[in-house]
Design a protein around this ligand. Structure first.
Ligand SMILES: [Zn+2]
Ligand SMILES: [Zn+2]
Length: 347
């Protein structure tokens, strides 16, 4: 398990770094800002940069300097996935995280810092316009000076944290430049993927060919650790695709009265993989199917009758209970990569 801590100057692009590491490398995100927001809201105060700083400093002095990141690290360890903690602001936090990682040979901690020239950062933060960002240039610089240096290790000290970083990211250029730096740094830290990670990673590549953005899903069917067939969501061959002519929505009225909307233009990723096997004469008996989320009812029935024995889903589908029950009755195993429900519009 790799835990990345991220630190950096105000508006340097910590969130951009997090987005990339979460979406591309499937790290789970743990946010100090979200933790503090929840704490501030519990106390009924207004959420702004001052209340954030005050609350952070209060929690650190009451419970110990690394209290916030300790809680987030505990959540990350319980989750078990590679994690990124945003953001690290006190030197005591860096020391605590390093100590926790050293205590377990299966854990590695890496502190990344991100920086850019102050004018660039002010420009970015002005455009972002969140509740804590509406300030003039002088206030911005004053806020930063207050957070940059502090002799007390329990207080925010960005400069000292950045000096402790294992690697430094320069976000003064393009997004591609930033991403290339992250790739290079993490290549040395990311452990070799296990089989599940490997095949799920291939599902992501396959899914990039999907033509319905309602669910850009991909599917890979394997046996004895070798790929048999792949499939992605798309219209039947020679028919127009959703990204050319729009979705073809149909509504389903459920027993409890609620109505859900589905795009029916496409063949699902799992179905397309099964079709590919039928077209090429490849037996799927005893195979394992990797897919984006719990297969729908129709896909589940096809999977069972193909003789597929194992299903590995990246996420849960909010209405997957019926498929899970059918798999259980048919003796098909199903497990989840991430124990989360995939969210999308009008589900
Ligand atoms: Zn569609
Ligand atoms: Zn389906």
């Amino acid at each position: 398990m790799v835990v990345i801590g991220i630190t950096g100057t105000l508006g340097a692009g910590k969130g951009t770094v997090v987005d990339y590491i979460v979406s591309r490398l499937q790290f789970k995100h743990f946010s100090v800002r979200d933790f503090l927001t929840a704490e501030i809201e519990r106390n009924g105060t207004v959420v702004n940069r001052d209340s954030m700083t005050d609350t952070a400093n209060r929690l650190r002095s009451e419970h110990g300097a690394s209290y916030i990141v300790d809680r987030l690290f505990e959540q990350a360890a319980a989750d078990g996935r590679n994690a990124i903690i945003e953001s690290i602001r006190a030197t005591a936090e860096v020391e605590a995280l390093r100590k926790k990682a050293e205590a377990d040979p299966n854990r590695r901690f890496l502190l990344l810092s991100v920086d850019a020239p102050v004018e660039t950062r002010y420009h970015r933060i002005s455009q972002r316009g969140s509740a804590t960002d509406h300030v003039d240039f002088d206030t911005f610089k004053a806020n930063e000076a207050r957070e940059m240096n502090n002799a007390d290790p329990t207080k925010q000290n960005l400069a000292a944290c950045m000096a402790m970083a294992d690697a430094k990211l320069d976000n003064s250029g393009s997004l591609a430049y930033l991403h290339a730096q992250i790739d290079e740094i993490l290549a040395a830290y990311k452990p070799r993927p296990d089989w599940d990670e490997y095949f799920m990673g291939l599902c992501h590549s396959v899914a990039q060919r999907a033509t319905c953005n309602r669910g850009k899903s991909g599917c890979v069917i394997v046996k004895d650790k070798q790929i048999l067939v792949t499939g992605y969501v798309g219209s039947p061959a020679h028919l127009p695709h959703c990204d050319e002519v729009g979705h073809l929505f149909k509504q389903t009225v459920h027993e409890d009265g609620h109505i859900s909307t589905h795009c029916v233009r496409t063949v699902h990723a799992e179905q397309n993989a099964i079709c590919q096997a039928a077209k090429r004469g490849i037996a799927l008996e005893g195979a394992t199917l990797y897919c984006t989320m719990t297969p729908c009812r129709t896909c589940a029935m096809l999977i069972i009758n193909c003789g597929i024995r194992n299903v590995v889903c990246e996420y849960r589908y909010h209405a997957g209970a019926e498929s899970e029950e059918m798999f259980r009755m048919a003796g098909v195993s199903i497990r989840y990569f991430h124990d989360e429900v995939l969210q999308y519009k009008n589900q």
